[in-house]
Design a protein around this ligand. Structure first.
Ligand code: AMP
Ligand code: MN
Ligand code: MN
Ligand code: MN
Length: 275
C-alpha cells in the first residue's frame, strides 16, 4: 500500500504524526507522505519516528491556491522541508489563514455566534487554523447538527461565512515546490466541480508552471471518476498519484492506505523515485 496524501494535527487532521505512523504500519503502508495544509511542521517528527520502521516516508505538503476564483489544492511531494523559498511562501499562507479566520469569525458573529475565533484557535492547537476548526465550533455550539452541515450552511464556497482568500497563485505554489526539489501534483481534481473545459485549463496552467502529477485516486473515489482521471493523465502526459486524504477516523470514510488501487493505464509518480 502506498499513501501519498494525509493530514496530522499540524493542520486539520486528528492525529499526531506518531499516531498516524503506527496506523500506517498496522495497515501495511510501505510508502507514506504527510501532506498537511500549508505546513511542513509534522514532517520532521514523522521522519524521526519512522527511522527504524519498515516504511518509506516521503516529505509532503498540500498548498492552498487561488486559481480563477477557485480554491485549488496542490500537493508537493519529495521536497526539502527546510527550503527557504518554500518557507517564505508558507509564512504568507500562515498570515492568510489568520486573517481569513478573523474574517470568518466576524461573519459568524453577525449570525449570533460569538468568540468563534478564540474557540477555533483553541481547537486548532498547534495546527494551522482552517475551516474544519470552525466547523467543529459550529457543531460544539449546537448551531449545526454535524460537520458536513457546517460547510453546506456556513463555510463552503459562497455560503454565509465563506471568505474568498488570496492564496498563492498556481505559479507560486508549483514554483515553491520545484525550488524545494519536489514534484507538484493536482490534488483531488474532481472536488473543485470545474467544467471539463475549466479542468483542462487548470491542467494546462499547472503544466506550464512545471507541474507533473495528477491525483487519480483520492480517498474513496468511484471507479468512473478514477477512469476519467486516469484518462486525463494519459491525455495530458501526467504522472499519477494516490492517497487516502485521511484526516482521522471520525472525519474520513476510509482509513490510511485503504484507498482503491491506481488504474493500470497510468504511470505512478513514484516510478523513478530512488532512495
Ligand atoms: P481550509 O484549507 O481551511 O479552507 O479547509 C479545507 C479543508 O476543509 C479540506 O481540506 C477538508 O478537510 C475540509 N472540507 C472542505 N470542504 C468540506 C466539506 N464540504 N465537508 C467536509 N469537510 C470539508
Ligand atoms: Mn483538510
Ligand atoms: Mn485538499
Ligand atoms: Mn488533503
Amino acid at each position: 500500500m502506498i499513501d501519498l496524501h494525509c493530514h496530522s494535527h499540524y493542520s486539520d487532521g486528528a492525529l499526531s504524526p506518531e499516531k498516524l505512523l503506527s496506523q500506517a504500519v498496522s495497515n501495511h503502508v510501505r510508502m507514506l507522505a504527510l501532506t498537511d495544509h500549508d505546513t511542513v511542521d509534522g514532517v520532521i517528527p514523522l521522519i524521526e519516528a519512522a527511522q527504524h520502521l519498515p516504511i518509506q516516508i516521503i516529505t509532503g505538503i498540500e498548498l492552498s491556491v487561488r486559481w480563477k476564483k477557485h480554491d485549488i489544492h496542490i500537493l508537493g511531494l519529495n521536497l526539502d522541508p527546510k527550503n527557504e523559498s518554500l518557507n517564505a511562501l508558507l509564512l504568507t499562507q500562515k498570515q492568510n489563514r489568520m486573517e481569513r479566520a478573523r474574517k470568518i469569525a466576524s461573519l459568524l458573529n453577525q449570525y449570533g455566534i460569538n468568540n468563534a475565533f478564540d474557540k477555533a484557535l483553541e481547537i486548532s492547537g498547534q495546527g494551522e487554523i482552517g475551516r474544519p476548526h470552525f466547523a467543529k465550533v459550529l457543531v460544539q455550539e449546537g448551531v449545526v447538527s454535524d460537520f458536513q452541515a457546517a460547510f453546506s450552511r456556513f463555510l463552503g464556497r459562497g455560503r454565509k461565512a465563506y471568505v474568498a482568500t488570496q492564496w498563492l497563485s498556481i505559479q507560486q505554489a508549483v514554483g515553491g515546490i520545484l525550488s524545494a526539489g519536489g514534484e507538484a501534483v493536482i490534488a483531488h481534481p474532481l472536488k473543485y466541480k470545474l467544467t471539463r473545459t475549466k479542468l483542462h485549463e487548470l491542467i494546462v496552467d499547472f503544466k506550464e508552471a512545471g507541474g507533473k502529477g495528477f491525483e487519480v485516486v483520492s480517498g474513496d473515489t468511484h471507479v468512473l471518476q478514477r477512469n476519467t482521471l486516469s484518462g486525463l493523465c494519459e491525455r495530458f502526459n501526467l504522472l499519477a498519484s494516490t492517497g487516502s486524504d485521511y484526516h482521522g477516523d471520525n472525519l474520513s470514510r476510509i482509513r490510511l492506505g485503504q484507498q482503491p488501487q491506481l488504474p493500470l493505464n497510468c504511470t505512478p509518480i513514484w516510478h523513478q523515485w530512488t532512495f
